[in-house]
Design a protein around this ligand. Structure first.
Ligand code: DOR
Ligand code: ZN
Length: 347
């Protein structure tokens, strides 16, 4: 098989940034995907429907001429989120989820939630409105090992939250562990998860292959091989609760290659190609379409896309870097050869 034609996919977890950075990265995503869930961790964060509307307008203004891409906006929860904001967000028609960043867990999370139990009124309002909670699932206590933070989050935060507000729909974002896969599988309904290309393709050795690899550093950090295998089994098994979310998170080259480098892997330049390689290697290429293009919209209650896109079997070399405003951006697998290439909309 030398070409692959699938229903056009959506990216259910994406960082687009703002300003020059937004203009630099948006064409990559808008070329491959029809829609994307846009993360709200700007500085300052997107905490209200009014801010989400303004950010959405900036994204639409930055789109290449003729692009049909639709940004699906999210709100950033804080300790001070007003429960009344949820109905406003739902009524807008363009806000599709609220993101829980535990304070201090990751990039621009300092305004995040310090204690989720104080947000029960907001979570109840979300359950009433059918607004999903999108979760960055890591505890932040400094004594907890960085590789255990997701598993501890499940036990200490997510499972109790599920018990307190069982009607709340939840997307466990960028799951990285077997514990997370097992948790999602054990839920009756209303819980799903996104999976990134890096966590499906690499284990934590990739952080140290031949030396330290800042461009393989993201949060949650890459995990053990047995975790990667559990993620892979979840997606190639065709379980509709597991769907595509790249977590493509651009940072300027000099902010990654430094004494205290930022977390985030940029994958939007070759998102579909990276997932196709994962599925093909697992002997499950026919399962890619449902993972990329069907399970996400079904969970979010949105229509499937009508357009189709093509991938071609073709060796191509990922550029060493892309322009990123006044800076440069190093993509995942820079300088390496990939075996599939995005070939545009199918007729
Ligand atoms: O690696 C990450 N980068 N993880 C996150 O949770 C945030 C993201 C970013 O915004 O750079
Ligand atoms: Zn993210």
């Amino acid at each position: 098989m030398d070409t692959l034609s699938i229903r056009q996919p959506d990216d259910w977890h994406l960082h687009l940034r703002d300003g020059d950075a937004l203009r630099a990265v948006l064409p990559h995503t808008a070329t491959q995907f029809a829609r994307a869930i846009v993360m709200p961790n700007l500085k300052p964060p997107v905490t209200t429907t009014a801010l989400a509307r303004a950010y959405r307008d900036r994204i639409l203004a930055a789109l290449p001429a003729g692009s049909l891409f639709t940004p699906l906006m999210t709100l950033y929860l804080t300790d001070r989120t007003d429960p009344a904001e949820i109905a406003t967000a739902r009524g807008s028609g363009f806000v599709h989820g609220c993101k829980l960043y535990p304070a201090g867990a990751t990039t621009n999370s300092d305004s995040g939630v310090t204690d989720i139990r104080r947000l029960d009124a907001v979570l109840e309002a979300m359950a009433d409105a059918g607004m999903p909670l999108l979760v960055h699932g890591e505890v932040t206590q400094p004594e907890v090992d960085v590789f255990d933070r997701e598993a501890r989050f499940i036990d200490e935060v997510l499972a109790p939250l599920r018990a307190r507000v069982p009607r709340l729909r939840i997307v466990f974002e960028h799951v990285t562990t077997k514990a997370a896969v097992d948790f999602v599988r054990a839920q009756a309904e209303g819980v799903a998860a996104t999976l990134t290309p890096q966590h499906l393709a690499m284990n934590r050795n990739a952080l140290f292959t031949g030396g330290i690899r800042p461009h393989h550093y993201c949060l949650p950090v890459l995990k053990r091989e047995r975790d990667r295998v559990a993620l892979l089994e979840a997606v190639v098994g065709g379980d509709p609760r597991f769907f595509l979310g790249t977590d493509s998170a651009p940072h300027a080259r000099h902010t990654k290659e430094t004494t205290c480098g930022c977390a985030g892997i940029y994958s939007a330049h070759a998102a579909l190609e990276l997932y196709a390689a994962v599925f093909e290697q697992a002997g499950a290429l026919p399962r890619l379409e449902a993972f990329a293009s069907e399970f996400g919209p079904r969970f979010y209650g949105l229509p499937l896309n009508d357009a189709r896109v093509m991938l071609r079997r073709e060796s191509w070399t990922v550029p060493e870097e892309y322009p990123f405003g006044a800076d440069r951006l190093v993509p995942l697998h820079a300088g390496q050869t990939l075996g599939w290439r995005f070939a545009g909309k199918a007729r």
